[in-house]
Write a protein that binds this ligand. Structure first.
Ligand SMILES: NC(=O)c1ccc[n+]([C@@H]2O[C@H](COP(=O)([O-])OP(=O)(O)OC[C@H]3O[C@@H](n4cnc5c(N)ncnc54)[C@H](O)[C@@H]3O)[C@@H](O)[C@H]2O)c1
Length: 263
């Protein structure tokens, strides 16, 4: 058997593909968006915050992107954003539901979490994912293909204290991923989840009070690969799940945490 490797093919793995990334104004979402654009994808970046810096970084590097203000909990806002993407691009090939309430939260004992905050976290993290998938599913169904990647968290395997609403929401993401994978498989649409460990994203670095050094050091010590995790550690697995290299995988959760949680 001969094995041929084409640099050209590798460099353009996502050329002609359109990928929507939610929560891409900063942090993990911004790194994923710019990395996918660097491999040729047209990236549509949605966030409640301005997405200019991500979109401009992509344009400066010669890539293609569109940004827009989009609240993933608002059905009209989500449909409007996907409509704008479809005015520019023929279809949506990939979706990363990265938007979440995470680094804006403060650690609290569960009794102290206001009910409204609990509801808001579940709404953004879980229903926001649902809203995005519901908006892109008809587009992908038309093509008979698509790859959706949800974002879970390594916290659900450990039951990290002081983040009860957040951990519950990420547990729900794994369950939702499996349920959606079953419903969308007949249409050629795959749904998988990536569960990162504690990652030095912009938000984590900017909220040192929520993620004190002792906490991050404990996380690092728990890993087979004892070093800090960065958003770039998630890029490879994301490209794998979005590409045809994972064509026969759906409903799965891949933990990327340096080998801290064994599932
Ligand atoms: N950083 C970590 O340690 C870590 C670990 C595991 C999982 N994750 C997950 O990875 C993802 C990104 O993490 P991050 O550290 O970059 O988080 P972050 O809090 O810095 O970024 C989340 C982004 O989502 C956006 N967002 C919030 N509410 C929104 C809404 N209603 N509509 C649209 N966008 C909204 C925010 O504006 C922000 O840009 C999140 O899903 C998070 O839960 C992060």
């Amino acid at each position: 058997m001969t094995f041929t490797w084409s640099k050209e093919w590798n460099m353009s793995r996502f050329t002609g593909r359109t990928v929507v990334v939610t929560g891409g104004a900063q942090g993990i979402g911004a790194v994923l968006a710019t990395s996918l654009a660097a491999e040729g994808a047209f990236v549509a970046v949605a966030d409640v915050l301005p997405t200019d810096s991500t979109v401009e970084a992509i344009h400066r590097a010669g890539g293609e992107a569109l940004g827009g203000v989009c609240d993933v909990t608002d059905t009209d806002s989500v449909n409007r954003f996907i409509g704008e993407v479809l005015e520019r691009q023929r279809t949506v090939d990939g979706l990363i539901t990265n938007a979440a309430m995470f680094t804006s939260l403060r650690p609290q004992r569960f009794e102290d979490i206001p009910s409204a905050e609990f509801d808001r976290v579940l709404s953004v993290n879980v229903r926001g994912t649902f809203e995005m998938v519901r908006a892109v599913a008809p587009v992908m169904r038309r093509e008979g293909a698509g790859s959706i990647v949800t974002i879970g968290s390594g916290t659900i395997y450990k039951g990290i204290p002081l983040w009860a609403h957040y951990v519950a929401s990420k547990g729900a993401i794994v369950a939702l991923t499996r349920s959606l994978a079953r419903e969308l498989g007949d249409d050629g649409i795959r749904v998988n989840c990536v569960a990162p460990g504690l990652t030095a994203s912009d938000g984590v670095l900017n909220h040192a009070e929520s993620f004190p050094q002792v906490f991050t050091e404990r996380q690092i010590a728990s890993r087979c690969l004892p070093r800090e995790q960065t958003p770039h550690d998630l890029v490879g697995v994301m490209k794998f799940l979005l590409s045809d290299e994972s064509a026969f995988m759906s409903g799965q959760t891949l933990v990327v945490d340096g080998g801290s949680a064994f599932i």
